[in-house]
Design a protein around this ligand. Structure first.
Ligand SMILES: Cc1ncc(COP(=O)(O)O)c(C=O)c1O
Length: 453
């Protein structure tokens, strides 16, 4: 008799990501839709992870990449400049608020944030302030997965395992005013949260503070949190008062997703350094950038150079794709479409609150939108944790061919929010399609969880 086979069962794949969750294989994608290998169609209601801003298989981008590939695919930055990187830097400088005219390319959001932190530090050194090193950030927040970006990220489940390895930076609460149920006005709430920066600076020692970093409109960690209009103007004043740099993490908001090239423009805000990524490569290439001003860069270059950089920086294929993405957004008026379609989608989501009393809040701007589920809209008490709504509703939507993106809200500890962020090319008809699929998914979730609908 043959000996029993004790070898482990063959793995379905050698690949792994952060969990055992595996998905069907992607076959093709076009516009706002993707198809798996079984022919099932999915509406990309979250643009992947808020990335595919101009939709999939855009002919202009594909042609630009092919043209560039026929010329060259790589020239290391210490050996060659390239036309594509120059053109993209020119466009970014033109589109960013005045003064933000120096562009440093990277390959993604975490790299962009690392670059901002290091530029801020080197600027302090170059201008005679070696005592400045602390970067204040917010809780909850997400600034990337590398250890430097994690030091300013405020999201427990992501921070905790690495806490001993990271020089964790001071945090202030993000302006989660939708949870505040007092008599103050929106303006007062915005000022109250902004003044927490002043208090934190005083607490940790003003002389040691280098910068403040924030997402202008929150991403997945807060579920599209929009601060009151009074918040960022006061933040800018505080930064100026204490001589600290304002770094905006526009990795998710940048390149048009909220209806303006940078979300900073909603408040005529003047950041000192900006991180951009997702919508830049728009799902075609890994691409990101740090953008800043002459008066920040020049002292650093004069003092011996920026001690930082990545091998693929300014890659010609990535930059050629980036130029085509930006041109597509401008020439097709996609920021205008984002404002119009975003407003329609937001009001359709708000309308769902009357049918589904467990939707506690709808927020966001442009096509960076989210809704949060709660047990009680009056107190904003979250749904019971064991329902795992943040996973379950996503699955129910996925089964129905709608992709949405979720997180545990409130710092990753409890609560459930869902990002509804389709590509900037979405039409009004497609808004209805999204909402129909969502209603179906919410009704199925309510039935399963015993919630009213
Ligand atoms: C605001 C923000 N910053 C930084 C990052 C990190 O970007 P990446 O995943 O490209 O490294 C993300 C990604 O989700 C983000 O949303």
């Amino acid at each position: 008799m043959a000996a029993p086979d004790t070898r482990p069962a063959p793995l379905p794949s050698h690949l792994f990501y952060q969990s055992r969750l595996r998905r069907p294989r992607l076959d093709r994608a076009d516009g706002i839709y993707l198809w798996d290998a079984n022919g099932k169609r999915y509406l990309d209601g979250s643009s992947g992870a808020m990335v595919s801003n101009i939709g999939h298989s855009n002919p202009r981008v594909l042609a630009a990449m092919r043209r560039q590939m026929d010329r060259s695919t790589f020239g290391y930055r210490l050996h060659f400049e390239n036309d594509a990187a120059e053109s993209l830097a020119d466009r970014v400088a033109d589109l960013c608020p005045a003064g933000l005219n120096r562009v440093f390319f990277v390959s993604g959001g975490s790299e962009a944030v690392e670059s901002c932190l290091k530029m801020a530090r080197q600027h302090a050194l170059a201008t005679g302030h070696p005592e400045r090193w602390q970067v204040i950030s917010r809780q909850p927040s997400y600034h990337g997965s590398t250890l430097g970006a994690l030091a300013v990220t405020g999201y427990g489940p992501l921070n905790d395992p690495f806490e001993p390895m990271v020089r964790t930076m001071p945090k202030i609460p993000a302006p989660t005013c939708y949870l505040d149920r007092d008599e103050s006005s929106d303006e007062e709430r915005g000022l109250r949260y902004a003044n927490m920066l002043r208090d934190k600076i005083e607490e940790v020692g003003a002389a040691s503070v280098l910068a403040f970093i924030a997402e202008p409109i929150g991403g997945a960690s807060t579920g599209a949190l929009v601060p009151p209009d009074s918040y960022f103007p006061r933040i800018r004043e505080i930064c100026d008062e204490y001589g600290i740099l304002l770094i905006l993490d526009e990795v998710m908001t940048g390149v048009g997703r909220t209806g303006t090239f940078l979300a900073a423009e909603h408040w005529q805000l003047r950041p000192d350094i900006v991180a951009m990524a997702k919508g830049f490569g728009a799902g075609y290439v890994p691409l990101g950038a740090m953008v800043t001003r002459d008066d920040i860069v020049e002292p650093v270059l004069d003092a011996g150079g920026f001690q930082h950089g990545y091998t693929y920086a300014g890659n010609p294929i990535a930059c050629a794709a980036g130029v085509a993405v930006v041109d597509e957004i401008i020439e097709r008026g996609l920021m205008r479409n984002t404002i119009d379609v975003g407003a329609a989608l937001k009001s359709r989501l708000e309308a769902l609150m009357s049918r589904f009393p467990f939707i506690g809040d709808v927020r966001g701007r442009g096509l960076l939108l989210a809704f949060e589920l709660v047990a009680d809209r009056g107190t904003m008490k979250p749904l019971p944790k064991e329902l795992n709504a943040y996973l379950r509703l996503v699955e129910l939507a996925y089964e129905r061919g709608l992709i949405i993106y979720s997180r545990r809200t409130r710092g990753g500890l409890e609560g459930d929010h869902f990002m509804v962020c389709p590509p900037m090319i979405t039409t009004m008809t497609q808004v209805e399609e999204i909402v129909d699929l969502l209603v179906d998914s919410l009704a199925a979730f309510a039935a399963e969880a015993g919630l009213p609908a």
